[in-house]
Design a protein around this ligand. Sequence first.
Ligand code: ZN
Length: 242
Amino acid sequence: MRLAVISDIHSNLEALTAVFEEIENRDIDKIVCLGDIVGYGPNPKECIELVKTKCDAIIIGNHDVACFNHSELYYFNRFAKQALEWTTDQLENNQLDFLKSLPDSSIYANSRLVHSNPHFPQSWDYVLSIDDAIFNFAAFEEKVCFIGHSHQPIIYIENQGQKYSFAENSEITFQPSCRYIINVGSVGQPRDHNPASAFGIMDTAAQHYELIRVAYDIEKTQAKMHAAGLPSFLAERLMAGK
Ligand code: ZN
């Protein structure tokens, strides 16, 4: 099976459309989404509808939760909070119900799917170091756990249950003795200094994973953000990829 893994769309319709077009051209069997469909960007409704139609499994992210659980807003910075308040006003009740219905963890194609971390998904703690990874490898049994949340692609590797490393390569062939925590990066707001959308493809037959980058019309998204009155800081960071 060839599985596409997308995450952190953040209401960026131009990025999401470009990623789905790329997926069409890459002989993909199934698509899963690791959450944060909304927040930051100008097209929350359209992104929810597209993800709902195209994805075979969908996990909830912290921005999705904050749309219906307003006590969570406390944890966001003022730009994210402002965008989330705007987002909540845009959404229909059935879309809020849809977000509410999403799980915070799932297993698909024998792989663990979470937004933030497998240990305690709704803590929203990041996996940003080898130490974080070691702690989290103990929290799932599958060979691969896909994560998003930091918007920074990276692969953590556990070898024979005792050696740990990370790789920033865009491709990796799975080894029988290893397990992996793979951050697929962000579709709608990359933060690794590369503004192109990121997503992953896992080929289960070939035991191979690849990170794909796709250029999209950033200026169009920025113009919509300005028109909607969203914070200009959030529009500017798209071009810088940070
Ligand atoms: Zn996010």
